[in-house]
Design a protein around this ligand. Sequence first.
Ligand SMILES: Nc1ncnc2c1ncn2[C@@H]1O[C@H](COP(=O)(O)OP(=O)(O)OP(=O)(O)O)[C@@H](O)[C@H]1O
Ligand SMILES: [Mg+2]
Length: 504
Amino acid sequence: DLSNKTELTAVNGKRKPAIEVFSHALRFFKEHALQELNDQLEDRIENEDIRWVITVPAIWKQPAKQFMREAAYKAGISSKAFPEQLLIALEPEAASIYIRKMKLHEIIPDENNRLSHYRSGCRLSIGPINVDFMHGTKYMVVDCGGGTVDITVHELEEHLGTLKELHKAAGGEYGSVSIDKAFEDLLDDIFTKEFLDEFKMKRPAGWVDLMIAFEARKRNASPWKNNPLNVSLPFSFIDYYKKYTKNRTVEIAVKKFGDKDVTWSSQGMLRFTPEGMRRLFLPTLDHIRQEIELVLQKPSLDHVNYLFLVGGFAESPLLQEEIRKSFKDKLRVIIPQDVGLTILKGAVLYGIDPNVVRVRRSPLTYGVGVLNKFIRGKHPEEKLIVKDEVEWCSDIFDTFTLCDQPIAVGEFVTRSYTPAKPNQKSTVINMYCSDKQRVRYLTDEGVKKCGTLHIDMSDSTYMQLPRRREIQITMLFGDTEIKVSALDVATGNCVKADIDFFKK
Ligand SMILES: Nc1ncnc2c1ncn2[C@@H]1O[C@H](COP(=O)(O)OP(=O)(O)OP(=O)(O)O)[C@@H](O)[C@H]1O
Ligand SMILES: [Mg+2]
């Protein structure tokens, strides 16, 4: 539940607003990308020339998307005045966009097949993988990242030109970072947790160096290699351990631990046998396999034809092999080359042409509360309000869009509002949502307030007009974010309007 109030805690215990941390990271990327472009091109590229795309997990809710957008504005990636310079793309959607455009040579061949082909003297051949999808093709995208593994199943709906999401991204916490965690646990076991906690606190830079060293070795782990993997412990670690234990060396600690797969090398490094490294991966690999099995067992998801492995963690040959071995008899496992960049490349394709996805399904039912004329027999008595001798029914849910309803990009919903007082300077309307299809009243079970719609009516030209004031609001639900604009019908002027999903 990200919001502009969320705080993050650093390893040394210091707390910082998340929005600041995110915006620093985004600013770094922005500057790096601009620098890189300008190094390669003759004409100078300015920030204004760029359309930025930020990807977020599909399960992120509106407040989290708003958070990302505001962090980007803080980082100088587009601005409130030019919001269209930044697109928010959904990660499984980006992966799908890339995959649909992928060619045969852009797929990593199965190492087992490759070896047997080499042995038999055959030329490399990987069989007729034809990624030309047909209507009704169901495929699973398994996005293995740092934190989470997101599993989405899509079906191609040719008549709509859209991807139908059959299974929403699950998002379990067994990404690549859980291998780092297994390494940390091992360090705790060898050197004690008390020492490690103190080391992280007192020498945070040394801790970061150590994890960078581990990261490089983790990436080298492969079922096809037999060489040991050495992790060099930073000097600050060796030194601090000596001080902490009053002269015990790390070498002694490792020896005393007595694990044949984790030893101390003569060059002064922590040495893992391939088996020792594989042990750190195993629980995570098991988890991912089980999670995929669970999704495939769902009756509504039979006949999934393809499994696409994507994400940074999918670079890992150990993970690739595990997934191939476990699922190749059930469906076709496809791993794109540069698998860690699949989502990024898909996001770039999306940025070039956001209309490649033409229809989306609304994740929730959205609407506002209104008063309607009271109809006896239809409306419940407890909703009756009498005002100036007119009977009204309160709390009626005016539905803008239904949960799971296909919405074309660009399709809009409009409503007109008459301000209570003609000289009102602004209006605030509460937005409500529900995960149910049929919602009749704001008081129905599952209805939650999800945001506020602000309409700025301070435009002075209106004041000269004696007419009744009417504000027409247009809302778009088919994009990756909900968008709103407003028109003052009497003056024909655009009115500033925005939705804030932080205020609930
Ligand atoms: N060869 C490899 N073996 C194991 N892990 C790897 C390898 N290459 C990259 N990774 C891991 O992949 C992760 C980055 O992947 P990715 O960019 O997909 O993550 P992310 O999208 O930022 O995370 P998330 O999807 O959880 O938000 C890092 O944790 C990195 O350690
Ligand atoms: Mg990711």
